[in-house]
Design a protein around this ligand. Structure first.
Ligand code: NAD
Length: 367
């Protein structure tokens, strides 16, 4: 990979490689954009086949965080970090070494948990730096973000119902939920509490059983795409909306928690042409990020609830922009995110006076 050319295309500000030989830590931090604020994004540990694969992943994920934070109205930029390694080889030493590296970035990057990292790992990092979120509530942390992500998904579904059917009664509709893990289970719970018809599927029987106990109907994994439900709620892995699955859809809405739901942009165009309403993934699944962002100002559950409820309006605004500009929803979300970064960037341009002020303050302090 021609690194600088790639950074040019994707628009990254900074990519840092960290190596701590003693603990075996090999990590990459990618800071995509800090116009709106410090770059916040999770730390993923994965046995990447090679450095190239890790780099590609961290560049893609950090860029996604910029868009998610922007469209959610947060004063945060986009970043992400990856540790190259087998999660079974984790150690306190490794995460504390990472914490010291994160500290050296001076707050431009703030980390959080992600795939294969957990609250305990964040606690180790927290011993070396304050630039970490998702620590235990006893340290002012916000705990598991998944219930907030699920709450945001429900708000997004309501915005879809409003757009499509002019009501927001989730109980009046039928759903197909794929993936019943941390987020999916809570989504099913909300839907069943409203007495909705819910079809579910997962790779793990125990997770299916939990949802069947709530009154959901289990279907085989491959059958979920063709069930007779109005709303498809992807809460498993990415790319489940693809050229093989779309032709099976009887769904009128796609609104779920999974990241990167569309296998390609063309799939987003295809949904648009078929009149299937798509709630852009990074906007509808931002509840967890919103929740964690509040830790930075002192965690407050009430504020978190209020912010996550705002996903209803965010999704509604994306639909309005898409309609105004006659573009698919996934493009409208990107546009909204980019417009906000450009606008706030203009506000933050220092005036001539402010620039001089900084210069003189620097001189007074003897710098
Ligand atoms: P999870 O690992 O707890 O749950 C995922 C579930 O999907 C598992 O039960 C797994 O068995 C199941 N699954 C995987 N492949 C499947 C398939 N092909 N068919 C059916 N089931 C399958 O993950 P999670 O934390 O619930 O996150 C779910 C999705 O939401 C992920 O894409 C994640 O990136 C995204 N997301 C999560 C959060 C959060 O707060 N946890 C926030 C934003 C986005």
């Amino acid at each position: 990979m021609d690194l600088f050319a790639t950074l040019d295309t994707m628009g990254h500000e900074e990519v840092v490689f960290f190596h701590h030989q003693e603990s075996g830590l090999k990590a990459i931090v990618a800071i995509h954009n800090t116009v709106l604020g410090p770059a916040l994004g999770g730390l993923r540990m994965w046995p990447y086949k090679n450095e190239q694969e890790a780099l590609t992943d961290v560049l893609r994920l950090s860029r996604g965080m910029t868009y998610k934070a922007s469209v959610s109205g947060l004063n945060l930029g986009g970043g992400k970090s990856v540790i190259i390694g087998d999660p079974s080889q984790k150690s306190e030493e490794m995460f504390r070494a990472l914490g010291r590296f994160v500290q050296s970035l001076g707050g431009r990057y703030i980390t959080a948990e992600d795939v294969n990292t957990n609250v305990q790992d964040m606690e180790y990092i927290f011993q070396e730096t304050g630039y970490v979120t998702g620590v235990h509530p006893v340290h002012g942390g916000s705990g598991d973000p998944s219930p907030y992500t699920a709450m945001g998904v429900i708000q997004g579904i309501k915005a879809c119902l409003n757009k499509k059917y002019r009501h927001t009664d989730i109980g009046k509709c039928s759903y197909a939920v794929q993936g019943l893990g941390h987020v999916g289970y809570h989504v099913v719970k909300h839907l069943r509490d409203a007495d909705a018809k819910v079809f579910v599927t997962d790779m793990q029987q125990q997770r299916i059983d939990q949802c069947v106990e709530l009154g959901a109907e289990a279907v085989k994994m491959d059958d979920i795409y063709g069930v007779n439900a109005k709303v498809y709620v992807p809460c498993a892995l990415g790319a489940s909306v693809n050229e093989k699955t779309i032709p099976q859809f009887k769904f009128e809405i796609v609104a779920g928690a999974a990241n990167n739901q569309l296998a390609t942009d063309a799939c987003g165009d295809e949904l648009h042409q078929r009149g299937i309403l798509y709630a852009p993934d990074y906007a509808i699944n931002a509840g967890g990020l919103m929740n964690v962002s509040i830790e930075l100002q002192g965690y407050d559950r009430e504020r978190a609830n209020r912010m996550v409820t705002g996903i209803y309006d965010i999704i509604g605004n994306i639909f309005a922009l898409a309609e105004r500009e006659k573009i698919p929803n996934y493009r409208a979300a990107d546009r909204m995110a980019e417009q906000r970064i450009a606008a706030i960037g203009r506000v933050k341009l220092p005036t001539v006076n402010q620039s001089y002020e900084r210069f003189f303050v620097g001189r007074k302090n003897g710098h």
